[in-house]
Design a protein around this ligand. Structure first.
Ligand SMILES: Nc1ncnc2c1ncn2[C@@H]1O[C@H](COP(=O)(O)OP(=O)(O)OP(=O)(O)O)[C@@H](O)[C@H]1O
Ligand SMILES: Nc1ccn([C@@H]2O[C@H](COP(=O)(O)O)[C@@H](O)[C@H]2O)c(=O)n1
Length: 658
């Protein structure tokens, strides 16, 4: 089931610390090794995500006793066998679970069915199956040849020289064999010969490192031949800690660079990986450093802090990503902010990941306005100038890394909506909450209140004092009403009014409002007829919805002051300062009366008062986005304050809030 879309506020900076969730690659390898080993294992820092749950559920279905307490799991090893000789195993879309389990089950033999989500059935496994068949394993494709689902039958284990496995499609095939073959190496050396250039070598390093922890010393000749020595057997190390996930670290490390030079930021530190990490994706931080980022390394942390002295943007260039296929996706995002095109090479494996990531990345970057080129195993991303950014709803293709990567687009100059953000549960269920904790959104001062309370005048003065952008949201309702009156659209024709609002041909230039390509005399909007019509159509939910994105598009660095009726309650609910500005009805009527007269618009005070009360009633009593203070709004009564005093009061509240 798809999750609800998530709108990300544009960001002006980033700063803080993130404790990384456990590494997916380490978690699933350690779980399998512990399940097959002799003895009990206590695994700390274990990742809790879809992919690790899939592995845990499979191991339990295979009869392994696992007790979980938060991030710690206690596994009673099966000492080289699974108690259940028969099982039906759902593998979701977890490549790190299905591949090594297939190898272990096939070598042990039994009656096992392995299947997953539809995408899993499109991810190749034929090279692994071919390798296992050389050992006499019985494996049958129950769907499409070369892909899951699979049925595993009896094992007629035999050794016949080196076993060949391809290394150029996925390194997980080799990992699967390395993890499972100690089960059969009691009497003989078992050798694996890798065919083709091995990709993702650092992931093989993780596998070898963890095998060592479980007592198996694999010998290797370069990256072509691996030998599991006779007499090898898996023995639990007792306690084993899982490092933080280095691929997940990449988003925060990128944020620490983009956030610092785009505005307000402090360093961003990820905790759980450091200079001695066994994960290859920590090399992402070195790549960032080469591109011009300031990076600091600790034993258990990595920190980024903007750009190196003298730089104004990250450098572009060609980057060989063979060793960092997952974290390389993050480089496609930082490339938007570089000073020259960035070409990611050796990323052919992206084609067979959770989705075709080269296609997905190119498609979604293009939506933002970026120029992107791609080939079978490469992707070139051109820098995206501020004025060319387009707001976009980003599709995530049921791929956690697509969702996490595109959170970085919120450092750009557009509004970003992430579709189906829940797909991050595969490896990082709390990602968006952690990202929000280090993100510094473009600040908004929301000023709401009744008619003629002074919102517009105060908002303009506050914006000027702070150098912020100013949005008078009432103008959008007034413009829609004005167009409706011009075109003779009845004020109860909600469909026609919604179309008018959605296609409002308006831009806001330094010289004022440009409507239908012409500078518009804003005084025409200030008549009471337009005001009443505006408040009538403002009660139509679809009209409000149609104006929503336009209002949010005003939130740009360095900040926004927005005035209206629902700025703090609906449009910018995360505004760090919300002011509800009031004044007595009498003083508001008097102010409006004086304002109209000073503008040469004839008015009668009693009429102004009556119309103001009518509009107040309509605005406060409507069903949708009714005028009311947000629960966290500061109430400010300006009845006895001058304009200047009111401005100062708002500025004082702002100073207190930052
Ligand atoms: N504190 C104040 N003291 C005296 N006059 C004020 C004060 N605040 C605003 N005014 C004046 O009141 C008039 C109405 O203010 P303004 O147009 O800013 O109100 P508003 O809340 O934006 O109204 P609307 O909702 O109708 O757009 C202006 O002439 C403005 O100068
Ligand atoms: N956020 C807003 C702003 C305005 N309205 C409606 O538009 C009318 C005109 O607004 P002014 O601030 O220019 O007077 C107003 O009476 C509201 O009905 C709104 O609903 N939400």
């Amino acid at each position: 089931m798809k999750s609800e879309a998530r709108d990300l506020p544009p960001l002006i900076g980033a700063g803080g610390r993130v404790k990384l969730p456990g590494s997916k690659s380490i978690s699933n390898r350690v779980l399998l090794l512990a399940a097959l080993a002799e003895g009990q294992a206590e695994i700390t820092g274990l990742l809790d995500s879809d992919d690790t749950r899939v592995m845990l559920a499979a191991l339990q279905a295979l009869g392994i006793a696992v007790r979980r307490e938060g991030e710690t799991a206690h596994v009673q090893g099966g000492a080289g066998r699974f108690p259940a000789a028969q099982a039906d195993l759902f593998m979701g879309n977890a490549g790190t679970a299905i591949r090594p389990l297939t190898a272990a089950l096939a070598l042990l033999g039994g009656d096992y069915a392995l299947h997953g989500v539809p995408r899993m059935h499109e991810r190749p496994i034929g090279d692994l199956v071919d390798a296992l068949r050389q050992f006499g394993c019985e494996i049958r494709y129950t769907g499409q040849e070369g892909y899951p689902p699979l049925h595993i039958g009896a094992s007629h284990f035999r050794l016949n020289g080196d076993v060949a496995v391809r290394g150029d499609v996925s390194s997980q095939f080799l990992t699967a064999l390395l993890l499972a073959l100690p089960l059969k190496a009691s009497d003989h050396d078992i050798a694996i010969a890798v065919q083709g250039e091995l990709i993702s070598k650092p992931y093989i390093e993780i596998t070898l490192n963890l095998l060592r922890r479980f007592g198996v010393q694999v010998r290797r000749t370069g990256w072509e031949r691996f030998v599991i020595p006779a007499g090898s057997g898996l023995r639990s190390p007792g306690r084993i800690a899982v490092e933080g996930d280095a691929s997940s670290a990449s988003y925060f490390l990128a944020a620490g660079v983009l956030g610092q030079w785009h505005g307000k930021g402090a360093p961003v530190r990820v905790e759980g990986v450091g200079r001695d990490s066994i994960q290859g994706d920590v090399a992402f931080a070195r790549v960032l450093e080469d591109l011009g980022a300031q990076v600091r390394w600790g034993d258990d942390f990595i920190e980024t802090d903007g750009l190196q002295a003298g730089l104004t943007a990250l450098r572009g260039g060609d980057i060989d990503c063979l060793a960092i296929p997952d974290a390389a996706m993050t480089l496609a995002m930082t490339a938007l902010f570089a000073d020259a095109p960035t070409t990611l090479t050796a990323i052919g494996s992206w084609r067979v990941k959770e989705t075709d990531r080269i296609h997905a990345m190119a498609t979604e970057l293009t939506k933002l306005g970026a120029k992107v080129e791609s080939g079978p195993d490469w992707l070139r991303v051109h820098p995206l100038p501020a004025v060319q950014w387009r707001s976009a709803a980003i599709a995530t293709y049921d791929d956690h890394r697509m969702a996490m990567c595109f959170s970085l687009a919120s450092f750009g100059h557009a509004d970003i909506r992430i579709l189906d953000p829940g797909c991050v549960a595969k490896t990082y269920p709390g990602y968006f909450d952690d990202f929000a904790r280090i993100a510094r959104p473009v600040p908004v001062i929301a000023i709401d209140g009744p008619t003629a309370s002074g919102k517009g005048s105060i908002a303009t003065a506050v914006a000027e004092a702070l150098g912020f952008v100013c949005l008078d949201s009432g103008v959008l309702y007034r413009l829609t009403a004005w167009e409706a009156l011009q075109q003779g659209v009845p004020l109860d024709d909600s469909d026609a009014l919604t179309r008018l609002a959605a296609d409002l041909p308006v831009t806001f230039a330094a010289g004022g409002i440009v409507l239908n390509g012409h500078v518009f005399d804003a005084a025409q909007l200030r008549t009471e007829a337009v005001g009443q019509a505006a408040s009538t159509i403002a009660a139509i939910p679809s009209v409000r919805e149609a104006l929503f994105a336009l209002q949010r598009s005003f939130r740009r660095a360095p900040g926004l002051v927005a005035d209206g009726r629902d700025m703090g309650t609906v449009v910018f609910p995360d505004a760090p300062l919300k002011v509800f500005l009031t004044a007595s009805a009498h003083s508001r009527a008097e102010r409006r009366y004086k304002q109209l007269i000073s503008q040469g618009i004839p008015a009668i005070l009693a009429d102004v008062f009556a119309e103001l009360e009518l509009r107040d009633a309509r605005d406060t009593q409507r069903d949708v986005a009714a005028l009311k203070p947000a629960p966290d709004a500061q109430l400010l009564d300006s009845t006895d304050l001058s304009l200047e005093q009111t401005v100062e009061a708002v500025l004082a509240l702002w100073r207190q809030s930052v």
